[in-house]
Design a protein around this ligand. Sequence first.
Ligand SMILES: CC(C)(COP(=O)(O)OP(=O)(O)OC[C@H]1O[C@@H](n2cnc3c(N)ncnc32)[C@H](O)[C@@H]1OP(=O)(O)O)[C@@H](O)C(=O)NCCC(=O)NCCS
Length: 160
Amino acid sequence: MILLGTRLVRPGLHMGPALPSDVSVIASLLALAAGDCLPVGEGEILRRLGEFEVARAPSGTVVGCAAVRGERERAELRCLAVHPGWRGAGVGRLLVERAMQRAFAAGEALFCVSRKPTWFESLGFSRLPASEVPDRPGAVPAGRHALIRRREHARLKKAI
Ligand SMILES: CC(C)(COP(=O)(O)OP(=O)(O)OC[C@H]1O[C@@H](n2cnc3c(N)ncnc32)[C@H](O)[C@@H]1OP(=O)(O)O)[C@@H](O)C(=O)NCCC(=O)NCCS
């Protein structure tokens, strides 16, 4: 590992779009994160493959994944999971940063629902007031929090 800024980042980590051959590994990563991520079947992952990006170790093994489901005003970050053996090495942060780039290329905000609000706050997300949460049944299950990162926030941080 190398020290980059204040984060340990393993060298050779490659971020990029998911391939059809990654589907079963993505399903396994999501199963390993059960409780934090909803399980998603291989069929649905394949149908929604264009929403996924993966992090690959130097060996080519997929060690993390994240999906961005696009809506122009507010994209949603889903299916964020890092293999337990790779957690704490900055992979999750890189996946979220890539998801923000994808969301902000076309829209204004990236929304997510998570059990880990403080981790998302450390990445610039804010808790979303209940009045702004999408009005659909089960949108924010008990024990989870709605969070949002707005593009304006990213612009302001750059300007400071
Ligand atoms: C959440 C998850 C994606 C983070 O991935 P990761 O690669 O371990 O994340 P990073 O290495 O970029 O960040 C880890 C840092 O966040 C901190 N952290 C972890 N959980 C945290 C929490 N609940 N609150 C605050 N900080 C937290 C760690 O202490 C670590 O800090 P450090 O780098 O100063 O030591 C990973 O733990 C995971 O796959 N969890 C299961 C699935 C899940 O929870 N997905 C999110 C649902 S939306």
